[in-house]
Design a protein around this ligand. Structure first.
Ligand code: UFG
Length: 328
């Protein structure tokens, strides 16, 4: 039975990954410092509370388990916060990843799957964004993820560590069984915020900018279902286990939705009107971010199962209703 170390497995994407792998018969060991993750989100496999900065604890972990691969979801993820606190972002996202990679190397584990981001591209020069698009990140968050992508190239050349970097566009949705979902604190993402308004958990939604160069003036994003992201990680794992080479893939549905369209979809799914305030732009938001995921389809065989925005929002809504005890 293959065994996978999931770093950051108590977080939004990591916890879905643990479930996905366990349901397919793989063994998982989750490590998470619980700075933003939730212990109760890890419903399968072994859990160890551990901070990646703790090199000795990592060394002991690698000494006591034989891992076939490592999936790394543990990172700080807020673009705005990264501008205020770059030290935190470079420490968590770069230095701690380096510690993880070096302990893998010392233990002879040489397959690595990395959570990267559309934020590595910066302001799009063209759309949709394929893997040839220049990577010029605008924030310490985006730069920290790009640095790891570059470190991985060097580590492969020097140490033979093979990796797949998966650049998520807008991760969204929830476990179709509504057992897991998005639980950020504070929540900054559009869909859960809109759902909180729908559930009377928040008074209103602020739309950040209505003067973008898009058909309705609001930003366009490519929302991709969390389970489809898990599927891509599973395929990336197969690729590395099959002995194939490293890869870099953009993950999105290739279809963009504006903030107004997302609000319309949430209103439809929840069956109520949202209270919306139209405000200024948020710093650092590109007008349009849409993925060209052709390479993921060709190289990994990735076919998203839940590409429909209504379904993404429905799953997120079902989880929120259950988790926050909202009336059905
Ligand atoms: N938005 C609002 N109001 C809100 C929240 C968001 O109008 O209350 C807008 C944003 O301005 C943006 C869109 O909704 O135009 C989506 O915003 P999210 O915060 O949900 O997602 P982002 O596109 O900002 O962020 C995502 C990932 C980041 C990643 C980034 C890449 O969540 O991790 O894409 O740019 F860095």
């Amino acid at each position: 039975m293959k065994k996978v170390l999931i770093a950051g497995g108590a977080g939004y994407i990591g916890s879905h990954m643990v479930k996905w792998l366990s349901q397919r018969g793989l063994q998982t060991v989750t490590v998470d410092n619980l700075s933003s993750g939730h212990r109760d989100a890890v419903q399968f496999g072994e859990f160890i509370q551990l901070d990646l900065a703790d090199r000795d604890a990592l060394r002991a972990l690698f000494a006591s388990h034989h891992f076939d691969a490592v999936m790394h979801f543990a990172s700080s993820i807020q673009v705005g916060e990264s501008v205020q606190k770059p030290s935190l972002y470079y420490a968590n996202n770069v230095v701690n990843t380096l510690i993880l990679l070096d302990e893998m190397r010392a233990a002879g584990v040489n397959r690595f799957i990395f959570s990267s981001t559309a934020a590595t591209f910066g302001e799009p020069k063209y759309t949709p964004i394929d893997e040839k698009h220049p990577q010029q990140p605008l924030s310490p968050y985006g730069r920290s993820k790009l640095m790891v992508e570059q470190i991985l190239e060097d580590y492969e050349r020097a140490y033979g560590l093979r990796s797949v970097c998966l650049r998520y566009f807008n991760a969204a949705g929830a476990d179709p069984a509504a057992e897991l979902g998005e639980r950020h604190d504070p929540e900054t993402h559009l869909i859960p915020i809109a759902l909180e308004v729908a559930g009377d958990l928040r008074p209103q939604l602020s739309v950040f900018g209505t003067d973008y160069d898009t058909p309705d003036g609001t930003c366009i994003r490519d929302y991709v279902h969390i389970v489809d992201l898990c599927q891509a990680h599973g395929l990336a794992l197969d690729r590395l286990l099959d002995g194939k080479g490293s890869g870099r893939y953009n993950l999105g549905n290739g279809q963009g939705f504006s903030v107004r369209q997302v609000i319309g979809c949430v209103e439809q799914v929840c069956g109520r009107k949202l209270k919306v305030a139209y405000g200024d732009r948020r710093a650092g938001d590109p007008a349009v971010l849409v993925a060209d995921a052709t390479l993921a389809r060709q190289g990994l065989g990735w076919v998203p199962e839940y590409a429909d925005l209504g379904q993404i929002v429905s799953h997120a809504w079902a989880f929120m209703k259950r988790h926050r005890n909202l009336a059905a």
